[in-house]
Design a protein around this ligand. Structure first.
Ligand SMILES: Cc1ncc(COP(=O)(O)O)c(C=O)c1O
Length: 387
């Protein structure tokens, strides 16, 4: 049976060149970077070289870059760590309505368990946030605004600069989750003007379990863990040297092929969207046509439920994702699409096809050959679809 992977926004295979770069640090160079002896020093050199490389990729100082276990942890440190530091004077935070759960649920935790005031910043039909929305909600008690750079479900690339400016005008900090943007578009913390930025390796052909948090010089952040002086006490725990080396190599490769990948993925996704819409009626693109990470194609198939589509395609050897969540037996449409004001029934028929470096036109043609059968079968069973 065919095996076609169109879920690269969930994770990606590790590039063999990255594996090769990591291998020495899983066996030969196994020292603890905190040890003063030769073994420790070798590990420390590798760690700091990796830090230099990752910092240079996002244009920050190495001293502003902290290795973590990935995007979820970086998001948690950004929100919880600033909340803890600023709570005596400021008690309000605001986060975008289409944020990843790593941000949304952390913000809700601060609201529900620690009495912070939380505002969810509304988005428009394409997932964009206006400066007006920030200005309406921000107060002199706001310590943090958190808005992602690129959305994992729709690919919407947020124009952050005016949002950062509106936030800074009120003396608050700005955090961005750049997990779906890093390595795919230029990410420069100085150009963006952000105070904190989360990134991870495994969405761009790097290993799982390694990421980083940029914390601008002077920004105060409490740690979540205690018990060591690693990462200047902001993230104690023996460092993942092989992971850090892997992250650095991943970004080096991503940088060298960014333009070519962007072009190839734009051509593939444009081709796919136009073909699907020509093959089937009542198919809608969720998210913007431009200002989108091109590998992310989120389509709603009216009258076919997303989870059933996913399973139907899986049976044909095609791996995709639906943003919906199963809560108490009922399928809830994705919070991202709901926030964008997309009709509930249309949201329920959403599927995310996320392409990658290995995706070919032949693979997409195979998907196009099986998709009508899967969609039409579900539409025939639907009590509400009667075209
Ligand atoms: C936008 C976004 N933020 C955060 C995360 C979590 O990152 P990690 O898997 O590295 O913890 C993801 C992963 O799906 C994501 O897409």
């Amino acid at each position: 049976m065919k095996s076609i992977y169109l879920d690269h926004n969930a994770t990606t295979p590790v590039d063999p060149i990255v594996v090769e770069a990591m291998l020495p640090y899983l066996s030969g160079v196994y020292g603890n970077a905190s040890s003063a002896h030769n073994f420790g020093r070798d590990a420390k050199v590798a760690l700091e070289n990796a830090r230099d490389a990752v910092a240079s990729h996002i244009n920050c100082e190495p001293s502003e870059l902290y290795f973590t276990s990935g995007g979820t942890e970086s998001d948690n440190i950004a929100l919880l760590g600033t909340a803890e530091k600023y709570k005596k004077t400021k008690n309000h935070l605001m986060v975008g309505a289409t944020e990843h759960h790593a941000v949304l649920e952390t913000a809700e935790y601060l609201q529900n368990k620690h009495d912070f005031r939380l505002d969810i910043i509304p988005v428009n039909h394409d997932g964009f946030i206006s400066t007006g929305a920030i200005k309406n909600l921000i107060t002199d008690k706001t310590f943090l605004t958190s808005i992602m750079l690129a959305n994992n479900e729709t690919g919407t690339i947020q124009n952050l600069v005016p949002l950062v400016e509106a936030t800074h005008a009120q003396g608050a900090l700005f955090h961005t989750d750049a997990v779906q943007a890093i390595g795919k578009i230029k990410v420069d913390v100085k150009e963006l003007g952000v105070d904190l930025l989360s990134l991870t390796a495994h969405k761009i052909y790097g290993p799982k379990g390694i990421g980083a948090l940029f914390i601008k010089q002077g920004v105060r952040v409490s740690p979540l863990f205690y018990g060591g002086s690693h990462e200047k006490k902001r993230r104690p725990g023996t460092e993942n040297i092989a992971g850090a080396v892997g992250l650095a190599k991943t970004l080096e490769i991503a940088q060298s092929r960014m333009d070519a990948d962007h072009k190839m993925l734009t051509e593939l996704s444009d081709y796919f969207i136009s073909k699907v819409q020509a093959l089937l009626p009542d198919v809608y693109l969720n998210g913007p046509v431009s200002n989108r990470i091109p590998q992310t194609v989120n389509l709603s198939f009216q009258g076919a439920e997303g989870e059933s589509l996913l399973l139907g395609l899986d049976l044909k050897g095609v791996a995709v994702s639906s943003g919906s969540a199963c809560t108490s037996g009922a399928t809830e449409p994705s919070h991202v699409l709901q926030a964008m004001g997309i009709d509930k029934v249309i949201s329920q028929g959403a599927i995310r096809f996320s392409m990658g470096r290995s995706t070919t036109k032949d693979e997409l043609d195979y998907v196009l050959s099986v998709l009508p059968e899967v969609v039409n079968r579900l539409r025939e069973l639907s009590p509400i679809y009667n075209k």
